[in-house]
Design a protein around this ligand. Structure first.
Ligand SMILES: NC(=O)c1ccc[n+]([C@@H]2O[C@H](COP(=O)([O-])OP(=O)(O)OC[C@H]3O[C@@H](n4cnc5c(N)ncnc54)[C@H](OP(=O)(O)O)[C@@H]3O)[C@@H](O)[C@H]2O)c1
Length: 334
């Protein structure tokens, strides 16, 4: 079903080559046509995260094998989308035009007036979660849940979140606190009060306190969620109690392999009773459904540092690309 009033072209932010935010340009592109298992949505809001910036740059080079050697095959960035269904593929029965949905859509396509969502990934957006908040959830919130699950974080666990103030970390802290964990957090100084408000019992400025500092007692953590990716793996492992787990979400590395280098090294540093696990989070609609239910009231509150209008989407990418976001950055596409 397709609305006969749908336009044939749309405004979008498009990149012809890999590079910094300057390579992303406004363009008019054809409105995509959904395949039988897809939805076409009118985008209302698009969340931006560090992965969008990495794909924009084709960083590390390894990702170009999958996403395009010379230029990205998907030329529109934006993976986290909240929008209104305007057309459905012939095989879609569960959703119809007019439904409000949210999804992690894959490698991109969200920074446009219309985007394709595989129907299997779409989750109905409840009325109590505005589109801007919903678009902040999928990748960062979903990765946070998967990281906490990977380390079996639960009531009474002592967990250290390294990189607690970013798009991902602000979810990790809230969700761990909600599970009843004793949350310790490393973040930039300007964000320490925020991170405390999200539920961290102990917060430290990462420029003063690092893994290995006496403020973070050795052999005392059940889980270390490492988002910053800078500490030596053996130092992270030394923070663990017997039976504890380090989860690597990201990591510094060279231009070719990037975070993969550290994740490969982790195989050799991990021990049976003090494990180091590398996380490759995937889109999980069931987790997104839980996050939508938790959002608001006494549940979780996505931290949105800044909302950009569609006309300034390149600035939103530049903001995240600079690596100093506190919480999430969202583009509205009204
Ligand atoms: N493995 C997976 O499946 C997966 C999934 C999603 C994302 N990721 C990765 O996760 C990483 C984090 O994403 P994000 O969106 O949370 O990043 P982000 O929002 O860009 O994080 C920026 C924040 O991190 C702080 N920070 C920088 N260095 C730090 C350090 N050494 N210790 C503590 N805090 C530090 C910054 O503080 P200052 O401004 O004070 O410097 C800033 O507040 C990205 O590399 C992304 O690619 C991985």
């Amino acid at each position: 079903m397709r609305d006969p009033d749908l336009p044939t072209t749309m405004a979008a932010w498009h990149q012809h080559r890999y590079g910094g935010p300057d390579v992303v340009e406004p363009a008019r592109l054809p409105v995509p046509v959904p395949r039988p298992t897809d939805l076409l949505v009118r985008v209302r809001a698009c969340g931006i995260h560090a992965g969008d910036a990495r794909l924009m740059r084709g960083d590390p080079y390894l990702v170009r094998l999958a996403f395009g050697i010379r230029r990205p095959r998907t030329a529109v960035r934006g993976m986290d989308v909240a929008g209104t269904v305007v057309a459905v593929g012939s095989g879609v029965t569960a959703l119809s035009p007019g439904d409000e949905v949210v999804a992690e859509i894959g490698v991109g396509g969200g920074l446009a007036e219309y985007a394709i969502i595989p129907a299997a990934r779409a989750v109905a957006r409840p009325d109590h979660v505005p589109a801007q908040l919903a678009a902040a959830l999928p990748v960062s919130g979903g990765t946070a849940v998967q990281a906490l699950d990977a380390a079996s974080v639960g009531s009474g666990s002592r967990v250290l979140v390294i990189g607690a103030a970013g798009g991902f970390g602000t979810f990790a802290v809230q969700l761990a606190a909600q599970r009843g964990a004793d949350v310790w957090a490393l973040a930039g100084e300007r964000a320490l009060d925020l991170v405390t408000g999200l539920g961290a019992a102990h917060t430290f400025d990462y420029r003063q306190v690092q893994p290995g500092s006496p403020e973070l007692p050795a052999a005392s953590f059940d889980a270390v969620i490492d988002i910053a990716g800078t500490a030596p793996l053996s130092t992270l492992r030394a923070l663990l109690r017997d039976g504890g787990t380090v989860v690597l979400v990201s990591g510094n590395g060279g231009p070719v392999l990037g975070p993969m280098e550290r994740m490969l090294r982790a195989v050799f540093v991990s021990r049976r009773r003090r494990r180091i696990r590398s996380l490759a989070a995937t889109a999980k609609p069931e987790i997104l459904t839980q996050l939508l239910e938790l959002t608001g009231q006494s549940g979780i509150h996505p931290v949105i540092e800044q909302t950009y209008p569609f006309a300034a989407a390149r600035d939103a990418l530049a903001h995240v690309d600079a690596g100093h976001a506190v919480g999430k950055v969202v583009v509205t596409v009204e």
